[in-house]
Design a protein around this ligand. Structure first.
Ligand code: CP
Length: 312
């Protein structure tokens, strides 16, 4: 008898909002297996050897792009990479035309990062390939939230019941929304902390706590996820200066050591050392920032593998 492969409830990964708790747990269990593979001398499996994946990045990326590419290579997929900055997008080509040209080369999956919210949803309605959202504007970054929650599960054994504070530029962050949705689906309590101008007005509809005092927020939580100030998405000033922001919301070792309990520090990267977090915190034993990066490969392998299973 052949073993029944469990399937996700969705054809694409456009956002955490489309996943249910079973989907997330299935991704984690699959990532556990791939993490074991990644710790072997031979880190490669043939699972996606018939699949061609296009990584199309209309916005800069270090971690997500490298992590997807490595995950695809570890799964033996054929891959093509596309960066908008070195493409015919600069000559006026539209998103649909760009992607249709890539698909004409018989691509099965598209991993896309785009500066506009909803770009992945738009694409999924116009092309047959499966879409993985690698970050769409200030909307969602689902694989980041999955690897973040997976890293919390790895550290604590479970996400349920944990208290997680997301600190900083929540307004412009796709990581924040995806994290809130993912952590809540897994039974964690979520708080956001930052200046009023960087907390979106709709936040209360998401059922999270809001705290503007960093010390109170840190004393409440088990995990603090420190966000970067996204100056590239800010067309007006949301606070007087980075120095003032850092004085009010930056996490330094003195603050960390003064807390009632030992908390875990996370950051999605890229870090602006000395702004939202000092080097001695980022590099401390309480920081799991590089564990997050390591787990990103196993999580992305799991997502690609499970989406590919939808095809059979
Ligand atoms: N965390 C994250 O998305 O980093 P990159 O922008 O470098 O991909």
């Amino acid at each position: 008898m052949t073993e029944q492969v469990q399937k996700l409830s969705t054809k694409h990964l456009l956002g955490i909002k489309d996943l249910n708790r079973n989907d997330i747990e299935l991704i984690f269990e699959t990532a556990d297996n791939f993490k074991n593979v990644l710790n072997r001398p031979i880190k490669k499996v043939p699972s996606l050897r018939d699949i061609t994946i296009a990584n199309i990045f209309f916005e800069n990326s270090t971690r997500t792009k490298l992590s997807f590419e490595l995950a695809e290579k570890r799964l033996s997929a054929d891959i093509i990479n596309f960066a908008a900055s070195s493409s015919s997008v600069s000559k006026g080509e539209t998103l649909i035309d760009t992607v249709n040209n890539i698909l004409a080369m018989k691509v099965d999956m598209v991993v896309m990062r785009h500066p506009y919210a909803g770009a992945g949803v738009f694409l999924s309605k116009h092309i047959n390939a499966q879409i993985v959202n690698a970050g769409d504007g200030a909307h969602e970054h689902p694989t980041q939230a999955l690897l973040d929650a997976f890293s919390i599960r790895e550290r604590f054994g479970d996400v349920a019941g944990k208290k997680v504070v997301i600190v900083g530029d929540v307004l412009h962050s796709r990581v924040a929304l995806s994290n809130i949705l993912c952590l809540q689906k897994l039974g964690a309590e979520v708080m956001v902390c930052g200046p009023t101008t960087l907390i979106p007005k709709y936040i209360f509809t998401l059922g999270v706590k809001v705290e503007h005092n960093l010390i109170k927020a840190l004393n409440w939580c088990d995990v603090a996820n420190m966000l970067r100030i996204q100056l590239e998405r800010q067309d007006i000033k949301f606070f007087p200066s980075l120095r003032e922001y850092s004085l009010m919301y930056g996490l330094n070792k003195k603050i960390l050591d003064s807390l009632d309990k030992e908390i875990i520090i996370m950051h999605p990267g890229p870090i602006n050392r000395g702004v939202e977090i000092t080097s001695d915190v980022a590099d401390s034993k309480q920081s799991i920032i590089l564990d997050q990066v390591e787990n990103g490969v196993a999580i992305r392998m799991a997502v690609l593998y499970l989406l590919a299973n939808q095809r059979s």
